[in-house]
Ligand binder design. Structure first.
Ligand SMILES: NC(=O)c1ccc[n+]([C@@H]2O[C@H](COP(=O)([O-])OP(=O)(O)OC[C@H]3O[C@@H](n4cnc5c(N)ncnc54)[C@H](OP(=O)(O)O)[C@@H]3O)[C@@H](O)[C@H]2O)c1
Length: 171
């Protein structure tokens, strides 16, 4: 399992701290070149490595920590998201009409066609995440779907919970 955090602002850095605390390798990327992120990544910990966006997207599990509408730019970076798990940490206060009446998670999921999709980490502030909270919720709207879809989405949620379990290990 390999991990990347796309977006290295408040939430991206808080999550990077969580990975570093448990010595889990993670790449971090934004629109800026990796050299611009490297000093901050190094300051967080040796398992946090800045890469280009394209290189970071080679990870199996990708955490989106960008401003909400920027998910569309990230989604354009790969022709296919098959085999990837996206954990969407974004929030938006966009009017519901801008979202075509859909939940924001559905809007993001649609952009990453073929990916397994989990909403997570978005319900806590960066400060709380950085402080290693005891409870993190993951949701997936397809958990209410038909049994085959339910099975698949449980597997996706398991991936995310595994991440949390690993970040909780030894605490
Ligand atoms: N802050 C919180 O407490 C909090 C809590 C829960 C959820 N959230 C959500 O988390 C997301 C990020 O919030 P934040 O507070 O961390 O924002 P932020 O501090 O402004 O950081 C945003 C990061 O995204 C990068 N970025 C922007 N567009 C990008 C693109 N197209 N491709 C790659 N990287 C891009 C920016 O870096 P470059 O300019 O270098 O590209 C920056 O590193 C938002 O959706 C927010 O709603 C935030």
């Amino acid at each position: 399992m390999s991990y990347a955090i796309i977006g290295f602002g408040s939430i991206g850095q808080a999550l990077a701290h969580a990975f570093a605390r448990k010595s889990i390798d993670v790449t971090v990327a934004s629109r800026r070149p990796p050299e611009a992120l490297a000093p901050q990544a190094r300051a967080i910990g040796p398992t946090v490595v800045a890469r280009s966006l394209r290189d970071a997207l080679e990870a199996d599990t990708i955490i989106l920590a960008v401003p909400f509408w920027e998910h569309r730019e990230v989604a354009k970076a790969l022709p296919s998201w098959e085999g990837k798990t996206i954990i969407d940490a974004t929030n938006t206060n966009a009017p519901v009409e801008d979202l075509d009446g859909q939940p924001s998670s559905a809007v993001v999921a649609k952009a990453f066609t073929g990916a397994r999709f989990v909403k997570g980490f978005n319900h806590l502030s960066a400060a709380v995440l950085a402080a290693d909270p005891n409870v993190i919720c993951f949701t997936n709207r397809k958990l209410q779907a038909s049994p085959p879809a339910l099975h698949e989405q449980r597997a996706v949620t398991y991936d995310a919970l595994l991440l949390r379990t690993r970040t909780s290990a030894h605490s």
